[in-house]
Design a binder for this molecule. Sequence first.
Ligand code: ANZ
Ligand code: ZN
Length: 868
Amino acid sequence: MSSERYNPRAAEAHWQAAWAEKALFECRNDDARPKYYVLEMFPYPSGRIHMGHVRNYAMGDVIARYKRARGFNVLHPMGWDAFGMPAENAAMQNRVHPKGWTYDNIAVMRGQLQSMGLSLDWSREFATCDVEYYAQQQRLFLDFMDVGLVSRKTSKVNWDPVDQTVLANEQVIDGRGWRSGAPVEQRELTQWFLNITEFSADLLDALDGLDRWPDKVRLMQRNWIGRSEGLRILFEIADGAEEAGPWLEVFTTRPDTLFGASFMAVSADHPVARACARRDPALAAFVEECRRMGTTAEAIETAEKRGYDTGIRVRHPFLPDRLLPVYVANFVLMEYGTGAIFGCPAHDQRDLDFANAYGLPVRPVVLPAGADAASFEVRDEAYTGDGLIFRSDFLDGMTVEEAKEEVAKRLEGRLVDGRPQAVREVNYRLRDWGISRQRYWGCPIPVIHCPQCGAVPVPRADLPVELPEDVAFDRPGNPLDRHPTWKHTPCPKCGAAAVRETDTMDTFVDSSWYFARFTAPDAASPTERATADRWLPVDQYIGGVEHAILHLLYSRFFTRAMRRAGHVGMDEPFAGLFTQGMVVHETYRSADGRWLGPIEIRIEGEGPDRRAFDAETGEPVVIGPIEKMSKSKRNTVDPSDIIATYGADTARWFMLSDSPPDRDVIWTEAGVEGAHRFVQRLWRMTTRMAPELPAPGTPRPAGFSDEALEIRRATHKALRDVTQDIERLRFNRAVAQLYELANALGAAQPTAPDKAWALREGFELLAQMIAPMMPHLAEGLWNALGHDSLVAETPWPELDADILVEDTILLPVQVNGKKRGEVNVPAAASQGEIEAAALALEPVQRILEGRSPRKVIIVPNRIVNVVA
Ligand code: ANZ
Ligand code: ZN
């Protein structure tokens, strides 16, 4: 069989069966070896895996296989993030049940992942829509209630009047529902919240300790949590509505700009706005209009800044004669700070836009370095940079920081109506997490609403609250809500007729603790505490940067919440995080603007002469920019097609080879073919060479010729570098090293016994080192080299570092005047190192029998004399 072409299809199935038969990747919780938990973000069962999955899981599998070979007890599980809208959309469009649709998709995708030869522990697999999983999630919800992390509040939501559901901000596109296209309304709804803001400070501070996370992800989290240090200041109401009260309280992060204040603004929901609206119908209309506006950051940033003068005037704290007008403004949120601000147009863009629209004064008070105080002006662009304070009385000449402190100190020390006029305050932009969704295909919130007792938790003994299966999707809205029987149930407290909560949980809840569940997927409680504590945190988490904010933040919150409820003993779920780049591909468009897929076109020529044609009609096709693979642009390549044609190893190898793993990788046909040629070459080289090599386990020769040493050097240099590259997740560099080693081995011939031995070592190590990336081929090569064991259960090779020392000298070693051997030491080795190397020689140790030598005499560059 030796020089036949390698047949990946047959070989891959064969080795997958061999691994499965020995259950090599099932890991045990009671294994005493050190643990290593590697996890890739679990997929949504959309129907088929895409190239992004292949890349993600190929990387995780390199780590898993490598760590296993290094002697770790590796946990590498897989599951399904299986609740969510697409299943319901499919139900509405195709009249299939969300459950059937989901589990069918899972079956297809499981098969696809298995064809990749991933070293996954399938015995731990679950889907978040399994009753066993969401039952435990309901238990967690009740536990979180008990420890004070659940609340019920009204909040403004984006409401899609056609689909009759709440939309996340991302689902509102240009003010319309992403699915229905209907104009989105703002509604006040009572919803369930998880109190993530209890941990704002800790979630922020602990980012510093996550030193194996990318800086950019930590920065994104920091910005999302959005800590700001500021001051609450009371402004005296000098003139205006009685009902507004004597003081207006604002929150500011820039008290240094106080002398530049030219107006005040309050949110449409602020009590002052409500009070004034009662006597002013025009203001009431404006307030209504503001409420309809979206609450997204984008809506607020992009909307035209508008306001309404209430007629109220307040007094500047340091300038008793300056009275500032109070507006109701559409860019001030009630949910942040105090819902009221002072506006300093010169140094805040929103304030400037507003001031320019309403003819309010613009007074610069921060002077940029090098600017001229007499002529410095701000017109259309606010100056938000640093500088020295001017035109500000006692603050003049101070830095921004000094001025902030000075204003704080003076106002803190001034009592008004018996309280300080200002207090320092830290604010966070992070909001509590509203988890209610008016959807069917999610985890039911385990609560019953009783007319007498209010919201009553479902008793734990009555869990799970199971989703009913007989639901109809013929109308929009939540099928749970209009189910004839499901929601009716007696109150667990008083027995009165009551109704179930029909909202289900945000699917981000499902993915916030699955990594903990994998540690004991069959436990009768959310976790098995001791087991979870042994496995967590995940040592290496890998996924797309699109989850850098919400998923990771929610998981970090959940871990803290689970700790408070006694389910885990740590705060942070992921010790190491890696965010992989995307898989991108050229795009193709026909003359009439249709997108064409890579298999629908034919390429001719190369370089500047490269042209594309419609494979069917022969019409010319425009080659467009390289973009993220997406169905809409049809520039996707189906992993199953690639695996069927070239095998999983080729796909994995190519995914790992071309670009650094955190960058985008360009999928090209030529690249895949190149990878496949390498697979064939390795097979050919190894099977041809194997018969000429000494048997496995042949003792190492006493010495090596220069040529043999050269082979060994290439081998061990590759081992050293590949090991480091895998440890540092630089897979593309590891791949490059392996190409180089293959070239070196391919050029050598086993013309003498020492060279043949060195070649066996080289080919064996090559097979072992490609195993994390191309596990099937590696088994084939290992087998061709005469082993009946599996590479997947063979330890990582030992590095022979000595032979890598380029400038070495060979020193004879004598014991009591008789030559017993030689040591190969770096030319620059110290006396101590030479002595240690000499004493480590096997014949020397035999003579010493564990005693220390009486004396070691080293004649530099000549000889080592051991006196025993
Ligand atoms: C005066 C001022 C002058 C401000 C200046 C900024 C620049 P961060 O950093 O995000 O916390 N603000 C306060 N509460 C607000 C609310 N409810 N809605 C909208 N804006 C609000 O932002 C704090 C700044 O945002 C505050 O500092 C306040 O404007 C505004 F040159 O006060 B500042
Ligand atoms: Zn009751």
